[in-house]
Write a protein that binds this ligand. Structure first.
Ligand SMILES: Cc1ncc(C[n+]2csc(CCOP(=O)(O)OP(=O)(O)O)c2C)c(N)n1
Ligand SMILES: [Mg+2]
Length: 646
């Protein structure tokens, strides 16, 4: 190995370890073991530009093993991103740019928030799909705008996660040859040797998923790592390179799980530096190392970026219509025209409405890629222009198969690539992708998750298919807009709002059963809650959403005949309502007026707004929908009775 490579690798190792020791917290094992791998990748291959961190044709590097964050921050520092040595010194401290795990939008150069194992890898599959789509749709024979690669560093833990395997299976099926996974195979995980939990044959497993598998005997042999990456770049399938490493290389506790997540003591740190022959004072980057990164990754990235700019201006000149279309995608403008927007008057399920609208907006907006977990004909959500496949990378419907969790993360990967990702499934199975939804919320990205069959009205399929607590769980996620529209109009507003924002993800739940298009619903919807029926005097408030809103309206009319006056409030989104002014909130739900909330789901979220709740705190039961209402008390007469009891 050349002297400067060796010095740079040891710099990565030592500074990461110093950060962790100083913070008294972090994971030195992976940093020490896999430093040569990432050094090789960064200096020989990655195209990045620290000045323009989000230029669309940059290569993506995803640290799926997010616990190796100290190494990532050190690398980004060497690459010239806006992370200083002082930032490195503040690792894991309050308000620092270098938090415990890599956070998107928090630290320049971090492509995706990682830490939950498997997430990075699955999101990376979304990056690779996005590149294939953009390249096939917009590259021209005489002008290449997109040819970026997605590289992932993952560990044993990532590959044990079902999420990662779901995603890799999709990547293999779609032939994503732009995806290269570097597997830090050290045979150690948090609790000890991996053999206690895994005896899988990784080669057979990945080859069976239509990957090219390669093997490097030692991560310290950077020539072999280099050759393997070069080979992978020319494969016609996604590649996994299993690279054998020693966790905690150079430390006293190397090769054991003790070094996985425990900072080295000051003495151990001194010994490490001794073992590595690294004699610089703490937090020192030798000049040769800065020079090496300047002459490799920084220079290469700048050249590639300049080429990208030149290509873009050529494109603008020669393919102006496509340029404008692409530009609006890359700027994340959601342009739409409501001129021919489908309008609904007859009773219709909100899932059908959502399906028609996704198709309508997709016609106008080429940023939309949608897909469902083998439920397109049930959720009614389908992307336009055919099924995305190796033979048709400009198609916009992704057939995820029954892989909800990967679908969620891939959707996030699409959105992080400036596309509008929409995914769909049965609401009860939203639990399968909950962490992906949570990631989208943490990252402030506008992924859209549409879930149909949103209540016990699923009926015959029984308790496993009837959602109960899902709404409560999702509504508790910060920065997530959970919308449960009451009818076709509210569904339309919900989809426009979800696609038009760039700050938070949205979950829209839709009904299996047909519902009336209510005269009373309107665009005050955007406030999260609004009055849909107002008597001249308000004795009580009926608060509801989704398909139960019409029951409340009926009940209010019936009670009015007995001179019991109920305001009816539609609350499709607690998230939006909670963001309104106190004045507005008090106007809609004044203190002192008894309020009954009605929803076919856990009562829990409603006690924040209501005195009494008609909900469901048991599991559902298999029966035809006509019996469901009676069984769970969702009838006009029961609502009237409950109002009177208040
Ligand atoms: C989904 C998930 N489960 C558990 C953890 C906690 N955790 C972080 S690292 C780790 C061990 C992973 O082993 P490996 O990937 O081999 O990392 P290494 O020990 O080699 O650094 C665990 C269990 C996590 N971050 N995410
Ligand atoms: Mg490991």
């Amino acid at each position: 190995m050349n002297k400067n490579d060796n010095l740079a690798i040891n710099t990565l190792r030592v500074i990461s370890s110093e950060m962790i020791t100083k913070a008294k917290s972090g994971h030195p094992g992976i940093c020490l073991g896999s430093a040569p791998i990432v050094h090789t990748l960064f200096t020989n291959y990655l195209n990045l530009n620290p000045q323009v961190v989000d230029w669309p044709n940059r290569d993506r590097f995803v640290l799926s093993a997010g616990h190796g964050s100290a190494m990532l921050y050190t690398l980004l520092h060497l690459c010239g991103f806006d992370i200083s040595v002082d930032d490195l010194k503040a690792f894991r401290q309050k308000g620092s740019k270098t938090p415990g795990h890599p956070e998107y939008l928090h630290t320049p150069g971090v492509e995706v928030t990682t830490g939950p194992l498997g997430q990075g890898l699955a999101t990376a599959v979304g990056f690779a799909i996005a590149e294939k789509y953009l390249a096939n749709k917009y590259n021209k024979e005489d002008c290449t705008l997109f040819d970026y690669k997605t590289f992932v560093l993952c560990g044993d833990g990532d590959l044990q996660e079902g999420l990662a395997l779901e995603a890799c299976s999709i990547a293999g099926t779609l032939g994503l040859d732009n995806l290269i996974i570097l597997f830090d195979s050290n045979d150690i995980q948090l609790d000890g040797p991996t053999y206690k939990a895994t005896k899988d044959n990784i080669k057979m497993k990945f080859e069976a998923m239509n990957f090219t598998y390669d093997f490097v005997d030692s991560g310290n042999d950077i020539d072999s790592v280099n050759k393997a990456i070069l080979k992978a770049l020319n494969n016609d399938k996604p590649t996994l390179i299993e690279i054998k490493t020693i966790i905690g290389y150079g430390a006293e506790t190397a090769g054991t799980s003790a070094v996985h997540g425990k900072p080295l003591t000051e003495e151990q740190l001194a010994k490490l530096k001794d073992n590595l022959g690294f004699s610089y004072p703490s937090f020192t980057v030798p000049n040769e190392v800065y020079e090496l990164y300047k002459n490799t990754v920084i220079k290469r990235g700048q050249d590639k970026y300049s080429k990208y700019l030149a290509n873009m201006s050529y494109y603008k000149e020669h393919y102006n219509d496509l340029y404008l279309e692409l530009n609006s995608i890359l700027n994340k403008d959601f342009k739409y025209d409501l001129k021919d927007c489908p309008l609904f008057t007859d009773k219709i399920s909100t899932r059908k409405v959502a399906g028609k609208l996704v198709t309508y907006f997709s016609e106008q907006n080429k940023a939309i890629l949608a897909g469902s977990a083998d439920l397109a004909s049930s959720t009614m959500i389908k992307g336009n222009d055919g099924d995305f496949s190796k033979d048709n990378y400009s198609a916009r419907n992704i057939c995820y198969g029954v892989r909800e969790h990967a679908m969620g993360s891939i959707t996030n990967g699409l959105v992080l690539s400036n596309l509008r990702g929409i995914s769909a499934g049965f609401f009860v199975f939203s639990d399968y992708l909950k962490d992906s939804i949570r990631e989208a919320a943490i990252m402030h990205i506008p992924s859209l998750f549409i879930f149909s069959h949103d209540s016990v009205c699923v009926g015959e399929d029984g308790p496993t298919h009837q959602p109960i607590e899902q709404l409560a769980g999702l509504r508790a996620i910060p920065n997530l807009n959970v919308v449960r529209p009451a009818d076709a109009k509210e569904t339309t507003f919900a989809i426009i709002e979800a696609l038009g924002n760039n700050d938070y993800p949205t979950v829209i739940t839709t009904s299996r059963q047909d519902v009336l298009v209510l005269e009373e619903t309107n665009d005050n919807f955007t406030k999260g809650a609004y009055i849909v029926y107002e008597p001249s005097k308000v004795d009580y408030i009926l608060l509801s959403c989704g398909t139960e809103l019409s029951l409340c309206l009926e009940a209010a009319h019936k009670l009015a005949l007995e001179n019991i006056n109920c305001r009816v409030v539609s609350m499709p989104s607690m998230f939006k309502f909670n963001r309104q002014s106190k004045v507005y909130q008090d106007k809609i739900l004044p203190k002192g007026i008894k309020t009954l909330a009605v929803e076919m789901g856990s009562t829990m979220p409603w006690y924040r707004y209501a005195d009494v709740v008609l909900g469901i705190d048991t599991f559902g039961e298999s029966m035809p929908i006509k019996d469901v209402y009676e069984r769970f008390g969702f009838t006009v007469s029961n609502i009237c009775k409950m109002v009177k009891e208040m």
